[in-house]
Design a protein around this ligand. Structure first.
Ligand SMILES: [Mg+2]
Length: 263
């Protein structure tokens, strides 16, 4: 049995699939060749799938709209974001206690279970607020942490790229806050276990029964493997074969694109 035969068999052996969005289904808001076909392929096989994303600037309904406009056969229940996971996780932990959220206004609709209040919060939740990350806001969060609020962040990504320009991502700000307050942020999004466990609950399957397809080796693949989910790295996003070699990343399952998983 050849390598590609095995990888198709891996997909066949699973009851459901988790799909990363950026770099797997979309690149810069455009569908990646093979992605729409793959979603239809899964539907024809009757395998449930869930798109899981760390984005903290788009609500689930906005993401759904983008995917539908691109021609994906996707419904709202096929998507889970780190914001949805934060909403469920923090509600379970804090109920109606006040939580201060430093997030983009566009995602507030996905935090509707929480009692969002800036004053005397039990916890602070920090996402990407773009241009608003100034000294004043950082100092405000810092003081809440010093007053004993628990610390949550969507992710700790180091940087991101828009066109040819690199930008500091949330991780740099979170690290600064951790350093000064001496309190470590609990991460909600990938590669956190919280994200994968909530995703399994949402799709209604056990870790053995699903696989994840992602373009980020650390966040999608290694994170999922920690909770017992097999991962396939696809090279349509942030990694090329060359970068994998430079970084010494050795994914167990590697595909060039999603066509390799279809008959
Ligand atoms: Mg990705």
């Amino acid at each position: 049995m050849g390598f590609y035969g095995e990888i198709k068999d891996l997909l066949k052996s699973k009851k459901g699939v988790l799909l990363d969005i950026d770099g797997v289904l979309l690149n810069n808001g455009n569908p990646i060749p093979g992605a729409r076909e793959f979603v239809s392929f899964l539907k024809n096989l009757g395998k449930p799938f869930l798109c899981i994303t760390n984005t903290t600037i788009k609500s689930k309904s906005e993401i759904l709209k983008v995917l539908k406009n691109c021609g994906f056969e996707i419904e709202k229940e096929n998507i889970i974001t780190s914001v949805n996971v934060a909403n469920n996780y923090l509600y379970k932990k804090y109920g109606d206690a006040p939580i201060a959220a430093y997030v983009s206004n566009s995602i507030l609709e996905d935090l509707s279970s929480l009692n969002l209040k800036a004053k005397d919060p039990m916890a602070v939740l920090v996402g990407d607020v773009g241009e608003k990350f100034n000294r004043e806001i950082l100092n405000d969060i810092f003081n809440k942490l010093m007053n004993g609020a628990d610390f949550f962040a969507f992710h700790k990504n180091r940087f991101w790229k828009v066109g040819e320009k690199l930008f500091l991502d949330l991780g740099g700000f979170i690290s600064a806050l951790e350093y000064s307050s001496g309190s470590n942020a609990k991460i909600i999004g990938k590669p956190s276990q919280i994200m994968f466990e909530e995703s399994l609950k949402s799709i209604g399957l056990k870790s053995d029964d699903v696989l994840i397809i992602g373009d980020d080796y650390e966040s999608d693949i290694l994170g999922a493997e920690k909770v017992g989910i097999d991962g396939i790295l696809v090279l349509t996003g942030k990694y090329s074969k060359r970068t994998l070699k430079i970084k010494n990343f050795l994914p167990k399952f590697l595909i060039k694109d999603l066509y390799e998983l279809m008959d």
